[in-house]
Design a protein. Structure first.
Length: 462
C-alpha cells in the first residue's frame, strides 16, 4: 500500500485490497477519490438490518410514518393514481430499487447479444446519464488525466470532465476523409466515409506514449451527429482498444449510450448493440463502463432515471471487481445526491414490467425514423449543395450540416431573429438539427429557411 492508501478509511482500504488481489489493473485505473470512496456502515446499513430484524419497533430512518406507512399529504397522494404512497415518497436505496436494477440488467442482456455468457455488474441507478458520467469521473478521473473522444462531441462533457474533474479532453476526427466536408452524402450514406476508426487508433497510440492510463469516451448514437457506427466500424474500435490494452495501457471506456435503440439504418445498416458488450471480458487492461437510462429510451427525460454498469475485462474476477465498484459508487451517491427519486424508479420499473412496452417503444421509434428519413431526403437534395454538405447520420435525435460561406453562429442568430427558426451552432461551420422535435411536414420548410438564410448572409461574390 502507498502512503496515501495507508490513510484510507478502513472500509475503503479493505475494498482497495480486495481489488488489488482480484484485478490490480482496475485498482490502478481508479482516481485518488475513487480509491478513497466506500459505502459507510452507518444509518443506511443499520436501517437495512433493522428492516429485517426489528419486529417490534423500528426507529432508525429519518422519515415520518403513520400506521406503518410513510406519511403523505393528501395534496400529493391524490395525484399518484394507483402508485402506492411508499413507492413515491419513501427513500430509495442508494444503488436503486433492486427489482428495477434486475429488470434493466435483463434488458441489457436481451438487447446486446455480445454480453451472452459474460460477467458484468448489476446496473446501479443514477439521476440520469449526466449524473452517471459524473460518477464515472469521480471513480476514474484525476486532474491532468486525458480523455479521448471524437471531435464532434456533446459540449457538456467539457463542464463535467475539464471544469469539474480537471481532466484534459483530447479528440480525434469523428468522420473519415470525405464525410460531410466537401460533398453531400449520396445514396450510399454512411459508407461514404463514415467513422474515422483509423484516426481513433492512431490518436489512442499517440496518447499512450505519455500516459499509462487513458479514458476513452464514445457516445453512440452520437450527439450532435446522429451517427451510429456500422458493425465493421464497431469491430474496428473494439480491436484498436484491445491492441492498445495488449501493449500495457490501462484503458477505461465510458460508453455513453443515451440514445440507444433509436436506430434507423439510413443509407445502410448500423450496429444495433452497445460497444459495452464487445468490450466486456475482452482484456484485463480494458474496463467498460456503460451509461444509459430511461431518459431517451423510454421518453421520460424529466424523470432523471439512468444507470451505470461495469464490464470488467478479466472474466475470472469480474464478480469481485463489480462488487467493489458497486460499493464505491454507492458511497459516491450517498455522499452526493443520497439516492435517486423513488417515484421515478417506480414508474420506470412498472414500464419495464409492462407487456406492451416493446410495441410502445417501436411505435415511437418508427415516428422518429420517419422524421429522420425525410430529413435524409431533403437535406441531401442537390439544390441545397451550394449551401451545405451533410454529415452521415442514421440514428438518434440529431443530424449535422456543414454550412458553406457563412459563420454558423451568425447564421444561427439570423435564423432566429429573421426567420423564427431555432437551431444549434456546434462550431464555426456546423449546424445541428434536432429532427426529434420536428413533425415530418415541418422538415421541408425548415431546410428551405436554412437555405434562404445562408443566401442572405453569404457575400455576393462568394
Amino acid at each position: 500500500m502507498s502512503r496515501s492508501e495507508e490513510r484510507l478509511n478502513p472500509i475503503a482500504q479493505a475494498l482497495c485490497e480486495k481489488l488489488e488481489e482480484a484485478a490490480p489493473e482496475v485498482l490502478a485505473m481508479l482516481s485518488a477519490y475513487g480509491r478513497r470512496l466506500y459505502f459507510p456502515k452507518g444509518i443506511i446499513s443499520q436501517t437495512a438490518e433493522a428492516r429485517q430484524k426489528a419486529d417490534r419497533f423500528n426507529a432508525t430512518i429519518g422519515i415520518a410514518t403513520e400506521k406503518g406507512r410513510p406519511m403523505a399529504l393528501p395534496s400529493i397522494a391524490a395525484h399518484l393514481g394507483d402508485v402506492p404512497v411508499a413507492d413515491a415518497v419513501n427513500y430509495a436505496p442508494p444503488a436503486g430499487r433492486p427489482d428495477l436494477r434486475a429488470r434493466w440488467r435483463e434488458k441489457l442482456q436481451a438487447e446486446n447479444p455480445s454480453l451472452t455468457g459474460k460477467s458484468f455488474g448489476q446496473p446501479i441507478v443514477t439521476a440520469a446519464i449526466t449524473h452517471g458520467l459524473n460518477l464515472a469521473g469521480e471513480l476514474f478521473v484525476d486532474p491532468g488525466d486525458v480523455i479521448l473522444m471524437p471531435d464532434k462531441l456533446w459540449g457538456n462533457y467539457r463542464l463535467t470532465y475539464e471544469v469539474h474533474h480537471g481532466a484534459k479532453i483530447e479528440t480525434f476526427p469523428f468522420y473519415a476523409s470525405g464525410s460531410g466536408g466537401s460533398t453531400a452524402v449520396d445514396a450510399s450514406g454512411p459508407e461514404s466515409g463514415g467513422l474515422d476508426t483509423a484516426s481513433f487508433a492512431e490518436r489512442l497510440g499517440e496518447l499512450a506514449r505519455d500516459h499509462a492510463k487513458i479514458i476513452v469516451l464514445l457516445n453512440f448514437p452520437n450527439n450532435p451527429t446522429g451517427y451510429m457506427p456500422t458493425p465493421a466500424e464497431g469491430d474496428a474500435l473494439a480491436s484498436a482498444l484491445e491492441r492498445q490494452a495488449e501493449r500495457g495501457t490501462r484503458i477505461v471506456v465510458f460508453c455513453d449510450d443515451a440514445y440507444f435503440g433509436l436506430f434507423y439504418h439510413l443509407g445502410g445498416p448500423s450496429m444495433t448493440e452497445s460497444l459495452f458488450g464487445k468490450l466486456t471480458g475482452r482484456h484485463p487492461n480494458l474496463l467498460a463502463v456503460k451509461l444509459d437510462g430511461a431518459t431517451k429510451e423510454l421518453f421520460v427525460w424529466g424523470l432523471r432515471c439512468g444507470f451505470i454498469t461495469f464490464g470488467p475485462g478479466r472474466p475470472e474476477s469480474a464478480e469481485v471487481v463489480c462488487e467493489v465498484l458497486d460499493a464505491k459508487v454507492r458511497g459516491a451517491i450517498r455522499g452526493g445526491v443520497s439516492n435517486v427519486p423513488q417515484l421515478s424508479q417506480s414508474l420506470v420499473q412498472r414500464a419495464l414490467e409492462s407487456p406492451s412496452l416493446a410495441d410502445e417503444r417501436k411505435e415511437k421509434c418508427e415516428t422518429l425514423r420517419a422524421r429522420a428519413q425525410r430529413v435524409f431526403e431533403v437535406a441531401n437534395d442537390p439544390r441545397y449543395a451550394e449551401s451545405w454538405s451533410v454529415y452521415p447520420f442514421n440514428s438518434g435525435y440529431f443530424m449535422l450540416v456543414k454550412v458553406k460561406g457563412v459563420d454558423a453562429e451568425k447564421l444561427r442568430v439570423h435564423l432566429l431573429e429573421e426567420h423564427g427558426v431555432g437551431l444549434i451552432a456546434t462550431s464555426s461551420t456546423d449546424i445541428r438539427v434536432a429532427f426529434s422535435c420536428l413533425e415530418v411536414e415541418e422538415v421541408d420548410p425548415l431546410f428551405e429557411a436554412l437555405h434562404r438564410a445562408i443566401g442572405e448572409l453569404r457575400p455576393s461574390d462568394a
